[in-house]
Each structure stands twice: as C-alpha cells, then as structure tokens.
Design a protein around this ligand. Structure first.
Ligand code: ADP
Ligand code: ASP
Ligand code: MG
Length: 526
C-alpha cells in the first residue's frame, strides 16, 4: 500500500519528514479527540481552543463533525440513494444551505479579522460546492461509496473551524488531511484501517508538524482507500481515529472529550443517579462499549488495549474534572463498574431436530453463521438447543433458511441486552447474587457469563429500562445493608399486598357464606 499517492494539505510552514516515534526530539503528543457536542458552535470551539492552550504536552487534535451534521448528511445520502423525496423532508439545497450557515455563523464569531475569515469562508464554500456537485451527480451504482464521500463533508468542515478557533487563541494550527494517514481497505461505510501503513504514515506526517510548534488538526471518522476515494470507519468512528493515531505515535494518552464527566455507571438517559467511574480496566471498557455505552467506540477501546494505550474520557464542558481513565493495569478489589443496555438486537433460538446426531450440532450452527459472515454477540447452549444474539439489522433470511435444514429456528426481534460490567464477578462470592436479586422480577430469554468482567441478559426490549434501573439500584446505588433494607421493605410491601388480597378473599368467602345461609333459610321457610 505504500506506493499510494499522498494528497498533501499540511501545515503551511512544514514539509512532511520521515520521523519515527523513537527518534523524535519532542515529547510524544497526546491525541485529543472532540466529539460532536464539543464542536457545536463558536462557544464550544473556543472552549476546545482553551483546552488545547492549557495542555503541557504537545497536542494532536482529532475532530468529529458538529452535532447533528453527520445525521443530516446521512439522511441526504439515503434520500439520494433511494430516490425518496417524501413530503416534509427538506430538499438537499435547503439542508445544505442551513448547514453552511451554521458553520459560517460559528466562523463569524471565532475569527475577527476579515481577510482570515474570508479565506476560511472560501474553503467552506468549496466544501459545499463539492457536496452540491456530488448530490447532483448522484450515487450511480455505488451507494456506499457515494455516502462516504458525502459523510466526509461534516469532518472536512469541522477541521476548518477547529483550526480557526485554535489560531484565534494564538495557537499555531493546521489541517492535516486524515486521507493521507488513515489508509483503509475499500469497504465503504465500515472501512478497515491498514494498521501497518498508519503506523508509518502517522509519525511521518504528524511529528514534523508538531516539532514546528504547530497543532495538527485531523478529521476523525474518515480515511482513504487505495484509489484515493474517501472512506469512513463506521458511525462514531472518530474515537477510533484518535486511538489509531495515538497508538501509531506512541502517545502517552488519548483524551476523548465529550459531553459527560466520563464513563458513567449507567446510561444517563435511563439512570438518574449515574456516577462517574474514575478508573476502568480495558476489558471492562470493551464490554461496556460493545454492549451499549456509546461514550466510547468499541473499535477504539479494542485498539487501545491491543496497543497498551491509556484512554481518558473527559467532559469538554468541565475540563477541570478528572474524568475516567481506561487502562490495562487496573488492579484492586472486585467491584461493579456500570450497567449498559443495547437495543438493536435479535435473538435466534435453534433447537436440533430430535433425529439429529448427538454431536456436531453446535459446529453446524456456527458453521452457518461463519459462512454468512454474521457476527454473534452472546451465546448460551444446552444439550440440543442454542440461542444467540446478532445485530437486528443483519439480513437473517439466508441464515434462517440454512439453519432450518437441520433444526427448529425462531427469531425474536423485540429484545435488548442488558449487561453488568465489573471486575472479579466470577471470583467474588456473592456478586452474582446481587445481580440476580435485581433480575428476579424480569423474564429473561438468555443469560451469558463467559468472563470475569461481565454478565449479560437478553430480555424483552420493553423490560430493559426497568431492569437497568433495578440493577443500578442494587449494584451501584445501594450501600452495604441498604440492599437488605430495600429487600425487606419490598418483602413487607408484598406481604401487605398478600394480606390485603387474603382479606378481600376472606370478605368474598364470608359474603358467599352469608348468601348461602340466607338461601338455605329461605328454602327452609318454603
Ligand atoms: P460524542 O459526540 O462526544 O462522541 P457520544 O454521543 O458518542 O458523544 O457519547 C456520549 C454520550 O454517551 C453521552 O452524552 C451519554 O448520553 C451516552 N452514554 C450512554 N451510556 C453511557 C455511559 N455508561 N457513560 C457515559 N455516557 C454514556
Ligand atoms: N461524525 C461521525 C458520526 O457522527 C463520527 C463521530 O462522531 O465519531 O458518526
Ligand atoms: Mg461518540
């Protein structure tokens, strides 16, 4: 892949060198990634610049598109691909004009000097002209390729504004095009990075810029394939860009700046009393990200572990707060960390025909999934049945057909996974009991506990919020003894309900007895 042409657009004062991390004179930079809400308008961009200004070590900045922009671009791409211009859906020109205005409004506040502002505005114009032309040409036969070219607009705009904000704060900064560093395969929409090339390209492109005292600002989420076309790493992929660059540079740490104080003990939209988890082991972070805690992308967490790269999650709205450190050397006592849930899940249950051979059943089931390249998340098995979860959006018809040849199959689509993540959950006696105390009232389709750091439940989607709530209450909120108090109170409430039911039943029986006696008397009288 190394003979691919580079598209050069780097810090004007520098030329790319051939630096390797070991040979560099400067401290290795920290990579700071800013998510959509941390990019959302002039005030947030100024906050970004202040955060970078306050760093002691050199910085590399990775940015995501402004909040909501990627969703809008994705809708435009879908409409162009499906030819859907339903009433009420704004036309592309209106959407793009509003998006452009949003970026120009931010620029207006950030850059006071007319000439400097005009030059960035011209670049913004250029990016929107490109988008308009792309939409005019349409997707042709390559919808995914087309979508990626359009999605990149959000990050291409974001780097321009971030550089402007940094420069306005007196910090030398320049756009460094991710397409020159994040080389990927051609799987548009979910491109796989070429780690080997990135390990060479990141130092050679980035360190020369850093040595000049300049902050490189790189688009998150995007890369390029061998023909130079833009690719994307999948939604939420800017976190992955940050860890790819951090690992390739040998950074001491990657900081993910977002809109919450760190990894929380539960999704704040479901759990009112979620607390910041100060310290999370890498495996726990991977489980949390795979099973629904959106705050960190699973690929980023996995890549950080593989590279022994510490990650810190921090709140760009409150940078003084410590955040959460994710690292592979977390030790200490067994403890619960967080509860997560994921809704985009289907459960497939497979039961071998009674006539099937006593061996080879599981091999056949998973052979089918392997051949159809369907990733499996959770699995549970008994002698002649197995159940597993997959992504609900997968096209499962071919898998269903292939499994039906040798088994009874049913697919449940309205399910969710609820996951408890912690440390030492298999080793520490009693930890599972606390989990099951909370699960007791919820009908469960599948339980899976294959490692020391997580236990997963598959339940009806409608039950998931209540189960998350109860688990959080049992494992995180209730202190020693309080759980017993809560159990006692619950028992007393149930006892009261039972007593009330018994009283009602007794009253009904009494009524029936009286009725019977009066009917008997009536009969005797006659
Ligand atoms: P960004 O745009 O900065 O990448 P994301 O929206 O991808 O931010 O992720 C941050 C959001 O993740 C938070 O605003 C929060 O609502 C959600 N979230 C879900 N579960 C958790 C959790 N366990 N800890 C922290 N945040 C969580
Ligand atoms: N902007 C992209 C998205 O919304 C990438 C990211 O936010 O990480 O998916
Ligand atoms: Mg994110």
């Amino acid at each position: 892949m190394t003979d691919r042409p580079l598209l050069t657009e780097v810090c004007a004062t520098t030329t790319p060198g051939d630096h390797e991390p070991e040979g560099s004179a400067v401290a290795m930079p920290r990579v700071h990634k800013f998510g959509g809400t941390s990019m959302d308008g002039a005030e947030r961009l100024q906050a970004l610049a202040a955060i970078i200004r306050d760093q002691r070590d050199p910085s590399v900045v990775v940015v995501s598109a402004m909040a909501g922009v990627s969703d809008e671009l994705s809708r435009l791409a879908d409409a162009a691909t499906t030819g859907d211009d339903a009433p009420g859906v704004p036309d592309p020109a209106t959407t793009l004009a509003a998006m452009k205005q949003r970026h120009l409004d931010a620029l207006q506040v950030i850059v006071k000097e007319d000439a400097a502002r005009a030059s960035v505005a011209a670049r913004i114009d250029e990016i929107f002209d490109g988008a308009t032309q792309l939409l005019g040409e349409g997707p042709g036969a390559e919808a995914k390729r087309f979508t990626d070219q359009l999605m990149a607009v959000g990050e291409d705009l974001a780097v321009e504004l971030a550089v402007s904000a940094l420069q306005a704060e007196g910090i030398a900064a320049a756009v460094l095009n991710a397409r020159e560093i994040v080389w990927t395969n051609s799987e548009f929409g979910a491109a796989v990075p070429d780690f080997e090339s990135i390990r060479k390209l990141a130092p050679s492109n980035i360190l020369s810029v850093v040595e000049e005292g300049c902050v490189p600002v790189v688009q998150g989420f995007i890369g390029s394939e061998a023909d130079g076309a833009t690719t994307t790493l999948g939604r939420g992929g800017s976190d992955f860009t940050a860890t790819l660059l951090g690992a390739a540079l040998g950074s001491p740490e990657v900081v993910i700046w977002t809109d919450v104080d760190g990894i929380l003990s539960g999704d704040p939209s479901l759990v009112g009393d979620a607390r910041v988890v100060p310290d999370v082991g890498s495996e726990e972070a991977v489980e949390l990200s795979y099973f629904g805690a959106r705050v960190i992308h699973p690929a980023a967490a996995k890549h950080a572990i593989a590279s022994d790269l510490p990650l810190r999650i921090k709140n760009s709205f409150a940078p003084e707060r410590p955040g959460t450190l994710i690292h592979s050397h977390r030790g200490g006592a067994a403890a619960f960390a967080a509860v997560a849930h994921k809704t985009n899940v289907a459960l497939i249950r497979v039961r071998a025909f009674p006539t099937a051979l006593a061996y080879g059943f599981l091999a056949r089931v998973f052979g089918v999934l392997g051949r159809h390249a369907v990733p499996v998340d959770l699995v549970s098995t008994s002698h002649s049945s197995t159940a597993f979860t997959v992504d609900r959006d997968e096209d499962l018809s071919a898998v269903y057909q292939a499994l039906s040849v040798f088994s009874e199959v049913d697919v449940l689509k309205d399910v969710a996974t609820v996951t408890v993540v912690g440390r030492g959950m298999l080793r520490e006696p009693g930890m599972d009991a606390l989990v099951f105390w909370a699960v007791e009232k919820t009908p469960v389709y599948l339980i899976s506990q294959a490692s020391d750091v997580s236990i997963n439940f598959v339940v009806d989607e409608a039950e998931a919020p209540e189960l998350v709530h109860r688990l959080h209450l049992s494992l995180i909120e209730l202190k020693e003894g309080a759980r017993e108090d809560a159990a006692r109170e619950e028992e007393e409430r149930e006892e009261e309900v039972r007593a009330e039911e018994a009283r009602e039943e007794e009253a009904l029986e009494e009524e029936a007895r009286e009725k019977e006696a009066s009917e008997r008397k009536e009969g005797d009288r006659r």
